[in-house]
Design a protein around this ligand. Structure first.
Ligand SMILES: [Zn+2]
Length: 369
């Protein structure tokens, strides 16, 4: 978003609209937000930054379907009764994100199944203090959703070779471990970034890039790779991940002595890690059972939900892998605030227990900070 300037005439026009919004709020009448964000003078420079693709799911968007999402929703905040929305940011370009209709408002639907509920007016906080009024500081908020325009946030998303978005290798933040939530996993859930159609096509793209990177160097091949990993290309983050993985493999083959000493790929073990995912707890499970997949069940509103704990610590719900018990439970139930550690139950040596009980039996509590 750096380098974008607000056109003067547009700023004056939107300030007048905002005055009308303020007057409506003062008189307790219905507010109307004129859609100045669709004006070419504002939308075109935003689209030019990454080309015609959604900043959230990276899918290429037909011109007619390009929408401008308000990262902080303008008229209400779902799950925050009484909040009037971030109306004072309705005409701030820094609050705009180019989005496809699936991510912005309608929710992804593939194979006739609803796979996500879209961002819409959702703006959950991981931690911090919610801004309710114009004078409140936005810096005190710690958003749960990854922000494609925030330096560092896109790096928290990685991709596996099957094309699934997942947490990258960055360690969890203090707030994530404190609340037992992974921002990447929650963003994948809310925006349905692992919807069937995207995942399959992303996987094909990653295979294509991997194959191209294995071919002998030639300007034409290099050009084909460049076209797929440039930031304006559809799903370029996944393509770049595939390229980096292949390059890393090539380096290991070149230097066998060093590769033998290379550390295994892990998601990183950090204090509090077991508050968020199961990675560090896998060693306490039977490896044979784990390899086959361990059944998990959870009960919510008289419905029993089933899942499978996979060998890498992820939890498969409806054949979708989730990195954390919380996101897996929320995906299974559709409830935004369920605690996955208490929800999922497994049976070990004939004893049924919750993941929370299993974790408590194998970890020592963190010392008070
Ligand atoms: Zn999208």
């Amino acid at each position: 978003m750096s380098g974008l300037t607000t056109p003067q005439a547009w700023a004056a026009k939107t300030e007048r609209t905002l005055d009308v919004v303020r007057a409506a709020m003062a008189s307790n009448t219905k507010r109307r937000f004129t859609e100045h964000w669709t004006d070419d003078e504002v939308r075109d420079p935003l689209v030019a930054l990454l080309g015609p693709k959604c900043w959230y799911c990276e899918t290429t968007i037909q011109r007619a379907d390009i929408t401008v999402d308000h990262f902080r929703p303008k008229s209400e905040v779902l799950g925050e009764p009484g909040h009037d929305g971030y109306w004072w940011l309705a005409y701030k370009i820094a609050n705009y994100r180019i989005a496809c209709k699936h991510c912005n408002s309608s929710g992804a639907r593939f194979d006739g199944m609803r796979e996500g509920r879209a961002k819409g007016s959702r703006f959950p906080l991981l931690a911090g203090l919610r801004a309710w009024r114009q004078r409140d500081g936005l810096d005190l908020e710690q958003p749960l959703l990854l922000d494609p325009a925030q330096i560092g946030d896109p790096d928290l998303l990685g991709f596996d070779t099957a094309g699934y978005a997942r947490r990258g290798r960055t360690p969890y933040s203090q707030a994530e471990t404190q609340h037992g939530v992974c921002r990447a996993d929650e963003t994948i859930r809310i925006l349905a970034l692992n919807a069937t159609q995207i995942t399959e096509q992303r996987s094909d793209l990653m295979k294509e890039v991997t194959a191209l990177a294995q071919l002998p160097g030639h300007p034409v091949i290099q050009d084909m790779i460049d076209k797929r990993v440039r930031p304006t290309a559809q799903w370029s983050a996944a393509a770049a991940t595939a390229l980096a993985l292949q390059r890393a493999c090539d380096r290991q083959l070149d230097t066998p002595a060093r590769s033998a000493a290379a550390r295994p790929v892990t998601t990183g073990s950090t204090p509090g890690h077991s508050n968020v995912d199961l990675h560090d707890l896998l060693e306490h499970l039977d490896p044979v059972e784990l390899q086959a997949g361990i059944s998990l069940t959870g009960r919510h509103r008289n419905t029993v939900h089933r899942a499978v704990l996979l060998h890498d610590g992820r939890i498969s719900v409806w054949s979708r892998p989730w990195g954390t018990p919380n996101s897996a439970a929320r995906a299974a139930t559709g409830s935004d605030d369920i605690d996955g550690w208490g929800f999922w139950r497994l049976t070990i040596a004939g004893v049924e227990q919750s993941l929370a009980e299993f974790r408590a039996a194998h970890t020592t509590p963190d010392p008070p900070v």
